[in-house]
Design a protein around this ligand. Structure first.
Ligand SMILES: Nc1nc2c(ncn2[C@@H]2O[C@H](COP(=O)(O)OP(=O)(O)OP(=O)(O)O)[C@@H](O)[C@H]2O)c(=O)[nH]1
Ligand SMILES: [Mg+2]
Length: 142
């Protein structure tokens, strides 16, 4: 399985997703305080994307992964990803739109901004309903 580094705003659902990829079903995850390395992926705090001074740490951490996932909460309209952001990484970048089970859903806008940021493929997932999770796991498995 490819090892994926997840970045995205605070509360975007990165840790919940990583736990699912790890086969864990925790009802509650704690706020991520620092980089967390697992064989399935690398979890990062939202602050690493929100504050530019951490970009270097994200780039360094991505060296330990095969692929980078730009995570975007579908319930949030505003994007944090600058256009072309994928170019700071030397690894392929995919987009992951989370929480698609929620009624307030800006998935289309999220897809557009993730593509603009340079994501080559976009996944739509909900860890709560498991929508799209299998597709992501299959993608990471080949
Ligand atoms: N409705 C819904 N909520 C979700 C889903 N995935 C995560 N959440 C909720 O979103 C909130 C934030 O999830 P986290 O996984 O902690 O988010 P994070 O991106 O790791 O946040 P930081 O560690 O602060 O960067 C939690 O209350 C989760 O239960 C989902 O698929 N659907
Ligand atoms: Mg987290």
């Amino acid at each position: 399985m490819k090892r994926i580094l997840l970045t995205g705003q605070s509360r975007a659902g990165k840790t919940t997703l990583i736990e699912r990829l790890r086969g864990q079903t925790k009802e509650r995850v704690l706020k991520t305080q620092t980089l967390s390395f697992y064989s399935e992926g690398v979890d990062t705090p939202g602050e690493y994307l929100e504050n530019r001074q951490y970009y270097g740490a994200l780039i360094t951490a991505s060296m330990e992964s095969d692929i980078v996932g730009f995570v975007h909460d579908s319930t949030v309209l505003k994007t944090i990803y600058p256009p072309g952001f994928s170019s700071i990484f030397t690894k392929p970048v995919v987009g992951i739109v989370t929480k698609v089970d929620c009624a307030d859903n800006y998935s289309e806008e999220a897809e557009k901004s993730l593509k603009l940021a340079g994501a080559s493929k976009i996944f739509f997932v909900s860890v709560f309903t498991d929508h799209g999770v299998e597709e992501l796991i299959n993608y990471l498995s080949v």
